[in-house]
Design a protein around this ligand. Structure first.
Ligand code: ADP
Ligand code: MG
Length: 468
């Protein structure tokens, strides 16, 4: 073999493609080793045969292809079915190029074959598994949305049901159409954060909009699905909170009513005292023409105040967030609890920072929390004592309200049970007070912590954000 022949031989046999050289009639002139491997024939078996690698049904197509190449047409790579010696077939990616003599006449063709059965199989498997995945998503009972760059790519059946919208209406729509317009900036920011994470994000609450325009509370958790998938998407799970919110509100309301009921004894007592003195004065008034009137007016004012507070608290209020003054809230709660404190021989001492800014809250709910915690503190001191209540402004960032009693305290094992529903040590207790307090404070993005030492007392700390 001379150098040139050697190079050609190497080229023919080192390449990973099957090579077959045929004349213009399709008669095989030469094949390489890879061709032998792919088809199972030896070189000697195929030389001189007409298109042995092409199944009979496709032979005409092959000859037509040769003709168009002779006519100078360009033929791109294509996929074709190829035959093996044992009669089985495989799919190959094929390139055919004409061979010309010195005068430019086509005298034959070179065919390159690459077995792509494996690649096909993997593609099909991927397609199948994607189909399976879509099916699982579609039938998942939780509403799920796939979206990318703010556009909706897929919604499942549960999602269509929740929003009252068909899948067709969803696809291609902007996700922001389903939120409050004012939330857009926050959502964009959040999506960017989630794209940096590898896991489902925590659930966050948002108001969402249904097809008919009604707004509802939902919580959403998303994951950025990008690994091993060509087309990365955001997958979000949406949960409707309407029912949960309703039952939570009902629980807060009923706890409030039972709280009021429990305080009624003290309040009735507080109303009876001034009434007794008023009655006495009225008797005297009959006899003399008197200056008891001022005292009577004061007593009447007091009755009026107590009854008013009682009524406002008992009335179901709408839960609106308002800018409120913590000073006022604390003062009115202490005044309201004075009768209960008297009953237990307890004094409430207050220490408030000079500069207490307004907070953004549902005032009625914050009052309910304070009443609950002060009432617990009062009731922890069977023999009377002092409650220290402090209100602090920490760097204009957080408001800290601290209630410290000198009562029986709570043992460590019970401390872990606090905040669980129905844990109570009182005969007329509901055991819902602290749980409701925690819910309310967390709903305000705040925190409630309890520290206690048995026979020394308990310290409850409420932390609320101060909005600027
Ligand atoms: P309730 O007051 O109806 O029992 P709570 O949820 O308010 O329900 O409180 C649950 C229990 O926690 C109380 O029964 C009591 O045993 C304990 N507890 C709460 N606050 C205090 C406190 N300041 N001192 C001692 N024990 C307390
Ligand atoms: Mg209580």
């Amino acid at each position: 073999m001379n150098v040139k022949e050697y190079l050609i031989d190497s080229f023919m046999n080192l390449t990973s493609d099957g090579i077959v050289i045929v004349d213009i009639n399709g008669t095989v002139l030469e094949v390489n080793k890879k061709f032998e491997e792919l088809h199972g024939w030896t070189r000697e078996e195929v030389i001189g045969q007409i298109l042995p690698m092409t199944p009979d049904d496709y032979k005409d197509d092959a000859l037509r292809l040769y003709q168009s190449l002779i006519n100078g047409e360009q033929v791109k790579d294509f996929e074709a079915i190829k035959l093996r010696k044992d009669g089985t077939t495989f799919i190959a990616s094929v390139t055919v190029s004409p061979l010309k003599d010195r005068d430019g006449n086509v005298v034959g063709f070179v065919g390159l074959e690459r077995d792509i059965s494996e690649k096909k199989r993997v593609e099909e498997e991927l397609f199948e598994s994607e189909k399976q995945y879509r099916r699982l998503l579609k039938l998942n009972p939780e509403p799920i949305v796939l979206h990318k760059d703010g556009l909706i790519l897929f919604v499942n059946d549960a999602c269509c049901k929740l929003f009252g919208t068909s899948s067709d209406e969803f696809i291609g729509a902007s996700i922001y159409d389903y939120f409050c317009p004012t939330d857009k900036a926050v959502i964009i920011e959040r999506i960017e954060q989630i794209m940096q994470m590898d896991n489902y994000s925590d659930f966050v609450e948002r108001r969402m909009r249904k097809k008919d325009g009604t707004l509802f509370d939902a919580e959403i958790s998303s994951i950025y699905v990008h690994k091993n998938i060509g087309n990365p998407v955001m997958q979000s799970v949406i949960r409707d909170l309407t029912e949960r919110k309703k039952s939570e509100e009902a629980m807060i309301r009923s706890e409030k009513l039972s709280l009021i009921g429990q305080l009624a004894a003290g309040i009735a007592h507080d109303i009876r005292n001034p009434l007794t003195s008023l009655k006495g004065f009225v008797h005297l008034l009959k006899a003399k023409n008197a200056d008891y009137v001022d005292v009577m007016m004061e007593e009447l004012e007091h009755i009026n105040y107590v009854v008013n507070e009682f009524m406002t608290l008992a009335k179901p209020h709408l839960s609106y967030y308002l800018e409120s003054n913590p000073r006022e809230l604390v003062r009115s709660v202490i005044a309201f609890l004075q009768p209960h404190a008297h009953l237990y021989n307890v004094q409430i001492q207050m220490d408030m920072d000079q500069d207490i800014p307004a907070i953004y809250c549902i005032p009625d709910q914050i009052k309910q929390v304070l009443i609950n915690i002060l009432k617990n503190a009062i009731e922890s001191m069977g023999n009377g004592g002092v409650i220290q209540l402090s209100v602090r402004n920490v760097l204009n960032q957080r408001l800290i309200i601290c209630v410290e009693d000198q009562g029986v305290g709570i043992s460590e094992d019970k401390l872990t049970q606090l905040g669980e529903p129905f844990f109570t040590t009182k005969t007329n207790g509901t055991g819902l007070g602290l749980m409701v307090c925690k819910r309310i404070i967390h709903g305000h993005n705040g925190d409630l912590t309890i520290q206690s030492k048995i026979n020394h007392g308990t310290k409850v700390q409420i932390e609320l954000p101060i909005k600027k």
